[in-house]
Design a protein. Structure first.
Length: 95
């Protein structure tokens, strides 16, 4: 059995399948960029944590984390908070 592009996309017309396929390619490229930015953020966070620990401070700055949570919530609405929490979790403890 041959799987068509329309079958893969759920579209009912070839034109819609083409639109969906192109948009999915763009989403995949965006996801790759987002992942790269998250990895860069993790590296920068590690530098900050190392400097803070070396100076005798704590690894985590809770007031800064609250600022980040607020920023994401303002920009993205309610779903921004769990997204920010996930980012913060990814960036903690890499030192």
């Amino acid at each position: 059995m041959t799987v068509t592009t329309a079958d893969k996309t759920g579209a009912r017309t070839a034109e819609a399948a083409d639109v969906i396929t192109g948009a999915r390619e763009r989403i995949d490229a965006l996801d790759d960029r987002i992942i790269g930015l998250i990895q860069e953020r993790m590296a920068v966070s590690a530098v900050i944590q190392q400097a803070r620990i070396t100076s005798g401070g704590r690894r985590v700055n809770l007031s800064r984390e609250m600022e980040i949570l607020g920023h994401y919530s303002e920009a993205l609405g309610k779903p921004g908070t769990p997204l920010a929490m996930t980012l913060l979790e990814l960036c903690r403890g890499r030192v």
